[in-house]
Ligand binder design. Structure first.
Ligand SMILES: NC(=O)c1ccc[n+]([C@@H]2O[C@H](COP(=O)([O-])OP(=O)(O)OC[C@H]3O[C@@H](n4cnc5c(N)ncnc54)[C@H](OP(=O)(O)O)[C@@H]3O)[C@@H](O)[C@H]2O)c1
Length: 263
């Protein structure tokens, strides 16, 4: 039985992606923050997929030793991780000076440092066995500077650049190990916008907004087809092709409108 480890797998797109892996016979490992949510998500998933095999670790992944502790948990249980999905992250919204610095430091620890350390720890084992896949969840905010999401967008740029560089290194090494980068657009129906205090921001109902089901389907299909970059959402894919041809000032003007708060 193959095994997938998904950080933040008990909610949002992590949970939706889990469904595809469980339906396809993977053993599921989750590492997330909230014990109650993990318990409830496990119960819910096993109601729809009764033979889903799920283990979880309740852990704050923004802490410096969290990646090592998560890695040790898999080693101690002799679980060979075939697919690692670095999905846990949160966002902040507003003018940089108005956002708590502690909160953004914690966000950088989770979105960047934890993802980096998890990737390093599991990549080493995968390379030794010459098999395995790491799927890193970035965002459409990684494509350009994003005022009012400056630090969050920067964390997602790190994820995209780092992951795509690794993909190229692995190709050069002729390794069978894969690193996949996923860039979803704004997702209407996950807790993300509430955590980031963005409930009123127009982008979640905007032109390229997507749903967790669409993102999860794109991730699964991309994984099966051996894609290394998954731009999730048909509308975002079209817009992304166009964006490179538009002047920077116009892109920023459109972005400012997308990130305004509505009524
Ligand atoms: N929603 C969007 O518009 C959007 C767009 C592009 C990319 N993304 C990316 O998609 C990914 C998933 O987001 P989502 O939309 O599905 O939102 P979400 O449901 O809020 O997912 C975030 C997950 O991360 C976990 N998490 C947060 N802080 C944690 C911590 N300190 N330690 C351990 N786990 C922690 C949460 O676990 P708990 O529930 O247990 O707290 C949750 O399961 C993120 O990487 C996000 O940046 C989202």
């Amino acid at each position: 039985m193959k095994t997938v480890l998904i950080t933040g797998g008990s909610s949002g797109i992590g949970y939706e992606i889990t469904k595809h892996f469980a339906q396809n016979g993977y053993k599921i490992l989750w590492a997330s923050l909230l014990e109650d949510e993990l318990q409830a998500a496990k119960k819910q998933l096993q109601e729809s997929i009764p033979d889903a095999d799920i283990d979880y670790l309740t852990i704050d992944l923004s802490k410096p030793d969290a990646a090592q502790n998560t890695f040790n948990w898999t080693q101690k249980n002799n679980w060979e991780v075939d697919v690692l999905i670095n999905n846990a992250a949160f966002g902040t919204y507003g003018f940089a000076n108005d956002i708590s610095m502690e909160k953004e430091v914690s966000m950088i620890q989770l979105n960047v440092l934890n993802l980096f350390k998890m990737t390093r720890l599991f990549l080493k084992v995968m390379l030794a066995k010459n098999k395995g896949t790491i799927i890193n969840i970035s965002s459409n905010t990684s494509f350009q500077p994003v005022p009012k999401m400056s630090a969050y967008a920067a964390t997602k740029s790190f994820v995209k650049h780092y992951s795509q560089s690794l993909t190229e290194e692995l190709k050069a090494l002729k390794s069978s190990v894969k690193v996949i980068t996923v860039c979803p657009s704004a997702i209407k129906d996950t807790p993300f916008k509430h955590t980031a205090k963005m409930e009123k921001v127009k982008t979640f109902e905007g032109l390229v907004a997507t749903t967790r089901a669409e993102v999860a389907k794109d991730v699964w299909n991309g994984f099966i087809k051996g894609k290394t970059l998954i731009i999730s959402g048909a509308k975002l894919r079209r817009l992304n092709g166009l964006q490179g041809m538009l002047p920077h000032a116009l892109v920023q003007f459109l972005l400012r409108r997308e990130l305004e708060e509505g009524e």
